[in-house]
Design a protein. Structure first.
Length: 192
């Protein structure tokens, strides 16, 4: 079984827009307890790689068919040093960056929404750093006033962006997902 109900959201997002393929290298941000990791590891298969990052420790997957393609890191994605560790772990081109990061809920919607958007923007920056041309990006964000502007920024970097609320997340009605497909030309690394 899956470690979280969240697993079904990634399944549904992937069914909708085919985000992850066999042999891919995928980076999963906000990965604990590991439901998305399980789904992503199944999709990439034994020749793929999934790197999961979270503030919380992620328990190693039990399934022997998935454990080899998964690596986990504990760290804060708002810190540059965590991003550097992710870049190092990926060791080259990344095909998809997926983020289910969410803040600890304060109960005050405008604050939680602002924090969610901040995390989503951090995920976007990470995606721009890591994704190869043609790569895909999935990100969760709570609906709110600045989300359209964020969407426009993401649209500039990808062929298209679909905004959706998967069935599995309808009861948490404030969360939406961007599925950004086909990163436009990634800058060539210059080494300086
Ligand atoms: N996708 C996961 C799954 O399927 O099991 C569930 C993710 S849960 C909804 C959101 C996660 O985001 C939490 O585990 C939280 O610790 C993580 N998170 C929040 N802020 C973070 C940050 N700055 N850096 C890394 N992870 C963060």
């Amino acid at each position: 079984g899956y470690r979280s109900r969240a697993a079904y959201k990634l399944k549904q997002l992937d069914e909708l827009e085919n985000v992850i393929e066999g042999r891919d290298t995928v980076v999963d941000l906000g990965a604990a307890p590991g439901g998305w990791l399980q789904v992503a590891a199944e999709k990439v298969g034994p020749q793929g790689t999934v790197i999961g990052v979270d503030l919380q420790r992620i328990k190693e997957l039990e399934d022997p068919a998935l454990v080899d393609q998964v690596e986990t890191l504990r760290g804060d994605m708002t810190e540059e040093k965590t991003r550097e560790r992710v870049v190092e772990a990926a060791g080259g081109k990344v095909d998809a960056v997926v983020s289910d990061m969410a803040p600890n809920m304060s109960g005050e919607y405008s604050l939680d929404q602002a924090r969610s958007l901040y995390l989503a923007r951090q995920a976007f920056e990470t995606a721009l750093e890591l994704l190869d041309t043609g790569g895909n990006f999935v990100v969760k964000v709570f609906e709110g006033p600045d989300v359209d502007e964020f969407r426009a920024d993401v649209e500039e970097e990808f062929q298209y962006v679909r905004v959706t609320s998967p069935k599995a997340s309808r009861e948490e009605s404030s969360e939406i997902f961007f599925i950004a497909k086909g990163r436009l030309t990634a800058p060539v690394a210059t080494g300086d």
